[in-house]
Design a protein around this ligand. Structure first.
Ligand SMILES: Cc1ncc(COP(=O)(O)O)c(C=O)c1O
Length: 491
C-alpha cells in the first residue's frame, strides 16, 4: 500500500489517507480480507501522529470499507468493493474535499449530528402560514408562471428598495438586480467585474463561497488580516499598493465567520482607499438584518458617495433559504454587465417565488418576522458565549453583535483536523477554520454557528467540544513531557 500525502493540501492528512485507501479498495488493489498496516506502523511510515492514522482508519470504518478486530488488526471489509452506500443517520459525516460549501450542506444528511458547523437559520422560524398565503396568491396569477423580466420582478425590486431603507440605503428599483441568493450575487459580480488574473482582496478570515467562486473564475486571491474592528486599514492600504486589486470583497456587518462588524471609522477609510485606488468593493450583507444589539451598523453602501460599492443581500438567513432569492444593488453603469452574467447563469430567478416574496413584503410581514428571528437567535448567541466561558476557557473567541456564527481560536499546538475529527466522533459538527482562508494556516480555528439549536443543545455541544479539547491538551502535554525527559542531559 503506497500513499502520497501532501502537507500543503487543504485536505487534512487523515482524510488524504482515507481517500487513497478507499481508491485502492475500489480499484481492487486492496482485496477484501487484506490486512492494513497497524496504526503504529502506518504512522511511522508516513510521519503521521498515531491519532491521525487512527482517525483515517476510523473514517474508513465509518464508510463501511474496513473492519477492525481488537488484537487482530484492520481488514478490508467483505463487500467493500460494491458501489458507495448512501449515507445513513448513524454514520460520522466526512469532509470529502469537494469544497467546504458542499460538505456543510451534506451535514444535514446526518440527523444525529449536533451541527454547530452550519450558519443556517432555524426552520422553526420559517413563517409558513404567511408564506403559504403569499405563494397561493402569486400562483393565481398566470404571469407568475412566465419567465418574467431579466432584472427581476418589478414589484419585488420596488419592495427591495423600500426594505433597504432599513440598512440606511436610498436606492431606486432600477439599481436592483434580483439574484438566486447571495452566492449567485458573488458569482455574477466576479464574472462581470473581474477578468481572469485580476487580484481580488478578501478579509482574512472570510466566507469560503467567495474563495471557491474566485478560484473557479481564475482570479488571484490576496488575504488582508482583520482584527476585532474588521479589516485592518494599514494592511489594506499596503495590499492596494502591492497588488492594484480590481475588487475588495467584505462582509462588513456581522461577518462570516467571525461575526465581527467593521467599525464606523474603518468604513469611511475603506471607501477612501477604494476611491484612491480605483477599486470596487463587493459588500456582502447577508447577515445585516440579523442584529441583536443597538445600534445596528448601516450598510457600507449607504456611505458610498463615489459609487464604488456593489451591494449583495439575500433572504436565505433572514427568511428561508429555499426561496433562493437575493439581490445585487449596483451603480447603474455596472448593471448591464451584471445582468448579462445573471442571464448567462440561469436566465431569470423564478417569477413565482419572486412574486410571492414581493407579496410577503408588501403585506408588511417582514418587521414582525425579524423581531421574532432576532429574539430567537440572541439567547442562542448568549448561550454559546456562556458555554465557551465555561468549557473552552483555554480558547479565544469573538463576541458577535449579530449574525449566526462566531470564531474560536484553539490553543497553540492543537491540530485542527484532528480536533475536528474527534469532535465528529463525539457527534458535534464544527466548521474547520482553514476553509476560511485563501492560504494554508498553521493556527487552528473553528467557526461555530448558533442558529440551528436551542440554548441547552448549544451548551451540550460546547461541553463535548470542551472534553475533546481537554483530551487533546492532555495528550499534547504528555508528548511534550516525554520530549522534555528525552532532551534532559543524561548526567
Ligand atoms: C457571507 C455569506 N455570503 C453568501 C452566502 C450565500 O447565501 P445564499 O443562500 O443567499 O446564496 C452565505 C451563506 O452562508 C454567507 O454566509
Amino acid at each position: 500500500m503506497e500513499l502520497t500525502l501532501r502537507r500543503d493540501s487543504r485536505d487534512p492528512l487523515y482524510q488524504q489517507v482515507a481517500d487513497q485507501v478507499q481508491a485502492a479498495i475500489r480499484a481492487g488493489t486492496l482485496p477484501p480480507g487484506y490486512r492494513l498496516p497497524p496504526v503504529r506502523e502506518l504512522a511511522a511510515r508516513y510521519g503521521l501522529t498515531r491519532l491521525t492514522a487512527h482517525s483515517a482508519y476510523a473514517e474508513l470504518q465509518a464508510r463501511g470499507l474496513v473492519e477492525s478486530h481488537v488484537g487482530r488488526g484492520t481488514f478490508v471489509a467483505n463487500g467493500a468493493v460494491a458501489a458507495d452506500a448512501p449515507p445513513t443517520g448513524d454514520r460520522v459525516p466526512q469532509w470529502t474535499g469537494q469544497g467546504i460549501l458542499a460538505d456543510l450542506l451534506r451535514m444535514s444528511e446526518y440527523p444525529d449530528l449536533l451541527s454547530l458547523a452550519q450558519a443556517f437559520p432555524d426552520p422553526a422560524t420559517y413563517p409558513l402560514r404567511d408564506l403559504r398565503q403569499c405563494l397561493q396568491r402569486a400562483a393565481a396569477d398566470p404571469a407568475a408562471l412566465d419567465y418574467g423580466p431579466m432584472q427581476g420582478d418589478a414589484g419585488l425590486r420596488e419592495e427591495l428598495a423600500r426594505l433597504l431603507l432599513d440598512r440606511g440605503m436610498t436606492v431606486t428599483p432600477e439599481q436592483v438586480l434580483v439574484t438566486a441568493g447571495a452566492q449567485q450575487g458573488i458569482d455574477i459580480a466576479l464574472r462581470a467585474l473581474g477578468e481572469p488574473g485580476d487580484v481580488i482582496l478578501v478579509e482574512e478570515p472570510t466566507y469560503p463561497g467567495v474563495l471557491e467562486a474566485a478560484s473557479r473564475r481564475g482570479l488571484r486571491l490576496a488575504g488582508v488580516p482583520g482584527d476585532e474592528q474588521g479589516i485592518r486599514v494599514d494592511a489594506l492600504e499596503m495590499a492596494c499598493r502591492s497588488y492594484r486589486p480590481r475588487l475588495l470583497y467584505l462582509v462588513p456587518t456581522y461577518g462570516n465567520p467571525t461575526g465581527i462588524s467593521l467599525s464606523a471609522e474603518r468604513r469611511e477609510a475603506v471607501l477612501r482607499l477604494a476611491a484612491a485606488h480605483r477599486m470596487l468593493v463587493l459588500e456582502d450583507d447577508v447577515y445585516g438584518f440579523l442584529g441583536y444589539e443597538f445600534p445596528v451598523p448601516p450598510a457600507l453602501k449607504s456611505l458610498d458617495r463615489d459609487e464604488r460599492v456593489v451591494y449583495l443581500m439575500s433572504f436565505s438567513k433572514l427568511l428561508v433559504p429555499a426561496l433562493r432569492l437575493g439581490a445585487v444593488v449596483a451603480p447603474l453603469e455596472l448593471l448591464p454587465a451584471l445582468g448579462a452574467a445573471k442571464h448567462t447563469a440561469d436566465l431569470v430567478s423564478s417569477s413565482l417565488l419572486q412574486q410571492a416574496l414581493a407579496e410577503y413584503l408588501r403585506r408588511g410581514h417582514m418587521a414582525a418576522h425579524r423581531r421574532q428571528a432576532t429574539a430567537t437567535y440572541r439567547p442562542r448567541r448568549d448561550a454559546m458565549l456562556a458555554a465557551l466561558e465555561r468549557y473552552l476557557q483555554r480558547c479565544r473567541w469573538t463576541r458577535p453583535a449579530g449574525g449566526l456564527s462566531l470564531w474560536v481560536r484553539l490553543p497553540d499546538g492543537i491540530v485542527e483536523a484532528e480536533f475536528i475529527a474527534d469532535a465528529m466522533e463525539r457527534g458535534v459538527g464544527v466548521a474547520p477554520g482553514h476553509a476560511f482562508f485563501p492560504q494554508p494556516q498553521r493556527q487552528a480555528h473553528l467557526r461555530l454557528s448558533f442558529g440551528l439549536h436551542g440554548p441547552a443543545r448549544i451548551e451540550d455541544g460546547i461541553a463535548r467540544l470542551g472534553r475533546v479539547l481537554d483530551e487533546h491538551l492532555r495528550r499534547r502535554s504528555d508528548v511534550l513531557a516525554r520530549a522534555g525527559r528525552i532532551t534532559q542531559p543524561l548526567v
